[in-house]
Design a protein around this ligand. Sequence first.
Ligand SMILES: Nc1ncnc2c1ncn2[C@@H]1O[C@H](COP(=O)(O)OP(=O)(O)O)[C@@H](O)[C@H]1O
Ligand SMILES: [Mg+2]
Length: 529
Amino acid sequence: MTQQTQPEPATQPPAATTADEPASGGQPATGRQTLPCDVGELRTLFLFEKLDDEQLAWLCREGRVELFPPGPVYAEGDPATCFYVLIEGTLVMSRRIGGDDVEVNRSSGRGVYTGAFRAYLGDRVPQAYDNSLRVTETSRFYVLDADKFAAMMRDWFPMAVHMLEGLFFGIKNIQQQVGQRERLLALGSLSAGLTHELNNPAAAAVRATSTLRDRVAGMRHKLRLVASGRFDPAALEALIRLQEEAVERVAKAPELSPMEASDREDAVGDWLEDHGISGGWDLAPTFVQAGLEVAWLDQVAAVVDDGTLEASICWLNYTVETELLMNEIEDSTKRVSHLVTAAKQYSQLDRAPYQVVDVHELLKSTLMMLHGKLGDGITVVKDFDRSLPPIPAYPAELNQVWTNLIDNAVSAMDGHGTLTVRTARDNDRVLVEIGDTGPGIPRDIQNRIFEPFFTTKPVGEGTGLGLDISYRIVVTRHHGDLRVESEPGNTRFQVRLPITASEADSVATPVAATPATPGDTTPATAEES
Ligand SMILES: Nc1ncnc2c1ncn2[C@@H]1O[C@H](COP(=O)(O)OP(=O)(O)O)[C@@H](O)[C@H]1O
Ligand SMILES: [Mg+2]
């Protein structure tokens, strides 16, 4: 398939009025000529070979033979009004893909037909030309109006029309169902991943809550001891001050390496033992985790007398431990609510289908949803250009594109490698690139991977629709571009999306001017306690 750029066909006036060739003959306005229709000649075209004389005469009577000068004949998207059969000359069919016109067929074959060949399906399909047609030399066509062509097909070949309908709608149905299945599979693996992700913090919160209940009960018992009058008021006041200080220290506790932590636990454990506190070694880890050291314990010892030191230390340990547990519960519940927010972001359930969005928010929520799938062996590198403007888009659909591309990258790397998600500006477009360090795509299949149903994965694993769907979302829906560059160890799928909406889109755009910003949708669950 060759690719070439031509004058934009959509902006051409309807083909019938092209007059860029000096007219020869009777129709100077169009450069086209109607010629006599010869029944004998029609009979030589393979399409008409079995028709009887009467039918051929009907074709000549109802249709016409036309001569076209080099140039456009009809444009993609225009109402499909005529059925064309090439008698002599060379035609080129092209389709608009992204911003380019891509040649899909070039032929000088007698009897090659195009145009309104789906007219007999009536209004159940859009009756518009699905390609642009031009001729590269003066060419002669047999031309029949679409409604006459449809009537002729139904009258002359009723059974064939039924069977063609079956074929046409059958294939469409199958494609739709497989597409739906693909989406469901993707959703299934996502929700499995999400469940897994939610399970850890939820279980942690439940565990921490039950320990907390235990410790609070312990504190109530200690309170009885304190209240029994063995503390003098001054010592009690000092203890309460130390308690407040301990709580503050927990909030600022530094992250310790396992080595540092164990050194400090030794020191604290020794101190507690030296001061005759039973179970001192069990208390040490909690103090260390809270960032409290020997120096602080010395302060405690200085304000309470020996008789009450042990009770004081236990009381403070309870304080610190409940604080740590509450932090843990806060972290877990925050993680749960972040995941739920990401899932909501990802599915875009409560959002307008078409709006102005920050691609980074979409990428982040997709990565969060796929976190479980990435596993430990895959390093994720986010190379984001934060200065990119938000773009008009169908966010839920774009999320499906990222999901498909990341899914492919992950399965190509087979559990080990680096996934790079890069964003950058490319003139008037936003570039999103998903890179992986897998084995790459062999050159001979690189132009096939976007075909529907093309897969190299075992039956049951791949449907071969991921890239087809992604392509349609990016190119057809967003007027963007999706391409791949691949060599072993470096495969990059590049999505380019226009920064400004095309006219057709912006007319129907209920633009919600609130691009998602980080954190603004996070419920304030455990934020203030
Ligand atoms: N990142 C990648 N690395 C290597 N091959 C890839 C990559 N992405 C896609 N492919 C190839 O493209 C094919 C089609 O991908 P896709 O349309 O998503 O279907 P499926 O994933 O179901 O096979 C894959 O089977 C694979 O051969
Ligand atoms: Mg795939």
